[in-house]
Every structure is written in structure tokens, then in C-alpha cells.
Ligand binder design. Sequence first.
Ligand code: ADP
Length: 403
Amino acid sequence: MIVAEDMLAAAICSTLAGIVVIAVAYDNEARDLQGALRRVRSLNDELHTKLGHDTVRQIIEALDEPLLVIERDLTVHRVNEKARTLLGGVFEGEALPMFLRQPGAVEAIRSVVESGRPTEREVQFLTPVEAHYILGARPLEGEDGLILVWMRDITKARLTDRMRVDFIANVSHELRTPLATLIGFIETLQGPAAKDEAARTRFLKIMSDEASRMARLIDDLLSLSRIEMDKHVRPSTPLDVRPLLSQMGQSYAVRLEADNRFINLRIPESLPRVIADRDQVLQVLHNLISNAIKYGRSGTGITLEAAIQPGTFPSDPVHVRISVTDEGEGITPENLPRLTERFYRVDSARSRKMGGTGLGLAIVKHIVERHRGELTIESRLGVGTTVAFTLPVLPAEDNAISA
Ligand code: ADP
């Protein structure tokens, strides 16, 4: 069985010689592997003797994709570390079907043994975490019955596909609900309640709220896609957050008064300027303060705070940390990590009743990520919630503080 190793060794040696890159062959779903092997066979000998089997073994081990060489009876002839980890500790000399518990995949490898023709199949693993792979198998040319099996991780692509499908389903559902309400009330006003003045006033208020929520949902969806589009472009403009925070505080103070509530502003006398997109920072503040109002309690205060946050080490960038704290019911720990997912709500009915779209925190997360800042949500049931985000300070201004 040394011959198969020679074949692999040949490809790898030549890779090192700059003639064939075996990794590229794998990226191309191993389509070119046979050709590569053929081309390098003649160039192999000298390099191979130089490298030796141990080196070849190390190189195979170092490959980033799971790789196996299988014998006709499906005994493992050669396996690298990635494949061993994926298949739960399979070693050379063991029967592959004992480890590759995927009837479709085993069948595919058998078909290669029988037909001598290459094949590919998608396989899915559910434990320890969900993972999707394309498994490819092809005979090693000139080697009696030896099969090369390789696997390419496509988990990310599959999960993204699923997220996209879920997202479209969620958007349709979110729009259909208020639309159904509107249609229902229009029909009622045209029919049974046509002459009921009191009902008309009440229904029109509900219809107006639902229509506004639909409009907000569309606005939020557009915001989210715009933010995602330029997420890789870091903001570059300097921003003085002090006046921005004061303005925000003042404009919300008026609205809160009506509900017997108030806003505490804790902003230091001076703050360095940050690198940030003004409109996006306003949007983050608006979303966080709106949530503090929606999920806070009547008669309680909301605190808007800003502070300088030094880096862990002197060379780390300095940030300004801005936080919004409410004295609402709080959020249970198991819900905290999911709040920034699109349309995730702890209490959907309550969120809808308050005119929420379920996208507010998803927008906040994306904006903060675009600014290379950090978002944290801390909450205690019955006490309240603090949502904080950081923005990097303009480097040259670390010490030039605005007052
Ligand atoms: P929504 O439009 O539903 O408010 P968000 O994305 O802004 O959407 O928030 C997602 C969910 O997180 C809300 O539905 C709510 O359950 C929870 N949440 C957000 N902020 C707070 C808060 N300050 N206190 C309690 N729960 C909150």
C-alpha cells in the first residue's frame, strides 16, 4: 500500500516545488487531482526521496480539510487529523462505516469501488454541532482499489441559506399580521360598523397604529440592509458625542414627562471625540432609549450615561462607553444572548402592542460592529436593564478633550 502514499507524496512534494498546489486541487473539489498526480509523477522521485514518508505524513496531517484513503473493503488506509476529529477518532486499519454513520456517504464510496467512477454527495452531521460537508470519492489512479475520500466544509453556506429563507418567511409573517388586521377593520367599517361612530374612532386609531408599525418595519428593514451593505467600510468622521447626548436627553425628557417619567443624564464635563457616523449613533441611541421607554415602568427613570473607557493595555485604543439603563422588569439570562437576532422578542404580543418591529437591537448590533465597538446587555429581573456600546476615540485626540 506504499504506492498510494507515493501518489499523495508526489502531489505534495510537487506542491512544495511550486508545480502543483494540492490545496487548490481540493478547493476545486479535487477535480484536478488525477491530472495533478499524473503531471507530477515524473518529477516526484527526487523530491520524494528528499522528504521521506514521515514528512509526507506530517503534510497530510496538516491539511485543513478532512482526507482519507480507503481500501476496497472500506478499511481506512490513511486518515488525517481533520478527518479523525470529524469522524470521532477513526484510525488506520479500522472499518470506515463504523465511524462514518451516513448510509448515503458509505453507499457513495461503495459505488466508487464498484464502478471506478468519481462521485460527490452532501452529508450532514448533527453532533457535536450541526455541520454540512460535500464528500467526494474517487479511485486513486493506478492503485488497485484504493479510494481517495475528501470532504469540504459547506456549513457556513448552508446556514446562511437557511437564515435567508427564515428571514423572508419572518418578514412575510410580520407584514401579513398588521395587513390582516387592517383588512379586517376595513371590512367591519364597510359593513356592520358603518354607522357606529364610537367604533369607527376606535378602529381608525388601531388601523393607524398598525399602518405605522408596517411603515416602521419597512424602514427598519431598509436600514438593516443599508447598514449591512457598508458594514465593511469603517466610519472615518470625527464626532463630538457630548452635544448629541444632551440633545437626545432633552428631546426625550419632554416625551417622558407625560408618563411621569424622567431621564438622568450622566455625561462628564469633557469627552474626547470619537470616530463615528452621526446618523447611525443617533439611530442606536434612539433604539435603546425607545426600548427603555417601552419595557421600563411608568414613574421610573432612564439613565443615559457616557464615560471614557481605557483599553486593557496602554497600547489598546481608548473608547467612549455610552449606556442606557432602565428600571423595567428586566430580561431572563437565557434570553439575553438572543436579543440581537432579527425578530427575536421575549414577549411578541407585548412588543407588537408597543409598536415594536423586533429589529431594533439587530440594527444596534450591526451599527456597533461597523464602528468596531462592543455591545453589552446586562439585566436583572425586577431591577432593570443596561444596554451599553463603545465607540473608538479619535487616535490623535486621546488627550484633546472636548468640553
Ligand atoms: P422590539 O421592536 O420588539 O422592541 P428590539 O430588537 O428592540 O425589538 O428588542 C428585542 C426584544 O428584546 C424586545 O422584544 C424585548 O423583548 C427585549 N428588550 C429589548 N430592550 C429591552 C429592555 N430595555 N428591557 C426589557 N426587554 C428588552
